[in-house]
Design a protein around this ligand. Structure first.
Ligand SMILES: Cc1cc2nc3c(=O)[nH]c(=O)nc-3n(C[C@H](O)[C@H](O)[C@H](O)COP(=O)(O)OP(=O)(O)OC[C@H]3O[C@@H](n4cnc5c(N)ncnc54)[C@H](O)[C@@H]3O)c2cc1C
Length: 540
């Protein structure tokens, strides 16, 4: 067992949130960035649309605030919304100063417009904004001497000064408890290592992998949310999972988004039936395929469940082939590589879990309930998104709260508390037990998709609750008997997050924002959320 290693700040996760925080802290503090795979991995590099900031002439902070509040369907924290909106322009300037090659129009930034935004407000780098940002930040972090990068290190648990299960395990009892560091699995060696620091930042992204269909990368298993919950922090708004209506359905194409611009250019949603494809959206909403995201996702879910379909079709073949190739080069190339020529055949699509609005509750400094622990990015629930996220508000949230957390940490220096190495022993997971881990993960993702997806009901949520409880028992047995592997600890976290989503969904006896149950009475908020994203074209 190796001795623990200490730093001034431990950052878990290397997406936009984690890397931004590291760069803000490094000039004065010794920072370690631990990341599950490689530095560039995560959702941030996959973002296509862009970053929202009120920069255009005629736009205003008030308008950006209002659009965000409308999307959030009454559950945003107005202070968090204003804080984010007002800090968005300096965050963009910071990225520009670092050298991110944003699309320009003359000397100014080119701004696009997305659904739910009342002005042109989206800063972007063509249609690959996340990759441009992530490439720049990764290069900067690698060149910064004060930052130690620990790739292939997966957070296992936080180390705190209180014992879970005893006093201090409830948020209102956390009292003087502190986060003292963490344990992480070095997947290259299979060893669990202990790290000590007076400050830890969770930036592990969302939890889309808890669903069978998701646009999220494999890394999005809700690890930070689950770890913070185990340490006694409040986790809120987990019922609000944003589903993207159209992701590619193909066995070799996981997590590939089919832009909403395809529907914007006249793409029609059809049943894959013998009648040659019956169009179904007009029966669900007068705006048909151009209805808001949540309505289109619900309609597809309804048709798939009613007809027992694995997917529906999105047909853009009425447009000339040249037009399709020019407007959708990436989608065309990706589908063609899989044998689907979208100029001649419809695209098989399913809705997919896209964004986790809830997470670890934080204040405007990114502080959680546990002293010494901050949470930022998609892992956190700052109050910005409320019951539904406005397109392109998440990348900006990552940067604004990374800076706020870094500032807070720099203002409150603390000595390192020695943490003795934490032991994690057990047999090596192999054979049928290793197969059970993979089987449980599949079962959980299917169960969540079927029963806690886009359209919920009391009976389905109750069934899901029982299923998750059974899986939790089995996973607990595996966890206590075997040495951790990345697969096992991800499963442990996915089960934890699934339980949080089910419980939050059961507790919300109203249809609001992204939460919809057939057993809840209709309420005006549904109509409210439906006003969002009318022109939701190309948004992500
Ligand atoms: C396809 C797609 C398109 C999107 N487009 C947009 C857009 O245009 N605009 C917008 O605002 N938002 C968009 N989003 C949402 C946005 O990309 C994310 O919300 C944002 O990137 C989250 O950043 P993050 O730093 O919090 O997490 P991530 O970028 O996901 O990074 C999380 C990091 O944590 C690491 N990690 C996870 N668990 C552990 C662990 N246990 N131990 C160590 N490391 C761990 C991961 O490997 C990763 O490095 C999009 C999302 C997707 C999936």
């Amino acid at each position: 067992m190796t001795a623990s290693q200490d730093f001034d700040v431990l950052i878990v996760g290397s997406g936009l949130a984690g890397l931004s925080a590291a760069l803000h802290l490094a000039p004065t503090l010794r920072v370690a960035v631990l990341t599950k795979r490689q530095l560039a991995d995560g959702a941030s590099g996959w973002a296509q649309g862009g970053i929202a900031a009120a920069l255009a002439e005629g736009d205003s902070f008030n308008a950006h605030v209002d659009d965000t509040l409308v999307a959030g369907a009454g559950l945003c924290d107005p202070a968090a919304v204003r804080f984010t909106v007002e800090h968005a322009p300096p965050s963009i300037a910071w990225l520009q100063a670092l050298g991110v090659p944003f699309s320009q129009e003359g000397d100014a930034l080119h701004l696009t417009r997305e659904g739910g935004h009342s002005a042109r407000r989206i800063v972007h780098a063509t249609d690959a904004t996340g990759a441009a940002v992530q490439d720049t930040l990764v290069a900067r972090v690698r060149a910064t001497p004060n930052i130690t990068v620990l790739e292939h290190h997966t957070l296992v648990d936080l180390v705190t000064s209180c014992v879970p299960g005893q006093a201090g395990h409830q948020p209102d009892q956390l009292g003087t408890a502190r986060c003292l560091g963490l344990t992480a699995l070095d997947t290259a060696t299979g060893q669990v290592r202990t790290f000590a620091a007076p400050h830890t930042i969770l930036a592990t992204g969302g939890a889309g992998q808890v669903y069978l269909h998701t646009t999220n990368p494999d890394t999005a298993t809700g690890d930070g949310i689950a770890a913070a919950c185990r340490a006694g922090c409040r986790v809120t708004h987990m019922e609000f999972i944003q589903f993207h209506p159209t992701s590619l359905h193909h066995p070799q194409a996981r997590s590939f988004l089919i832009s909403e611009a395809v529907r914007g250019e006249g793409g029609q949603l059809k049943l894959p039936d013998s009648a040659g494809g019956t169009r179904f959206m007009p029966a669900h909403d007068a705006r048909a395929e151009l209805a808001p995201r949540d309505i289109v996702a619900r309609a597809i879910d309804h048709e798939m469940k009613t007809h027992g379909l694995p997917c529906v079709h999105l047909d853009i073949t009425h447009q000339p082939a040249e037009f399709i190739r020019a407007h959708f080069p990436t989608i065309h190339a990706r589908c063609l590589a899989l044998g689907i020529d979208i100029t001649r055949a419809p695209i098989p699509v399913v809705p997919a879990a896209h964004y986790t609005c809830g997470g670890v509750r934080t204040d405007l400094r990114g502080r959680t309930d546990l002293a010494g622990l901050h949470a930022i990015g998609e892992t956190a629930c700052t109050g910005l998104h409320g019951a539904n996220r406005l397109a392109s508000n998440s990348l900006v949230e990552c940067m604004v709260f990374a800076r706020a957390a870094a500032h807070d940490i720099a203002q409150h220096p603390q000595p390192v508390t020695h943490v003795p190495p934490v032991r994690h022993e057990g047999r090596t997971l192999a054979g049928s037990e290793a197969a059970a881990v993979a089987r449980h993960r599949d079962a959980l993702r299917r169960l969540m998709w079927d029963d806690v997806g886009i359209v919920r009901s009391n009976a389905r949520l109750a069934r899901a609750g029982q299923g998750v409880a059974l899986l939790r028992r089995d996973v607990h047995t595996l966890w206590t008997r075997f040495a951790p592997t990345r697969e096992l600890l991800e499963l442990r976290n996915l089960v934890e997050v699934a339980e949080l989503i089910v419980r939050s969904a059961q507790a919300r006896a109203e249809n609001r924002g992204l939460h919809f149950s057939t057993d809840n009475p209709e309420r005006p908020d549904v109509a409210l959320s439906a006003t969002v994203a009318d022109a939701d074209l190309g948004a992500a």
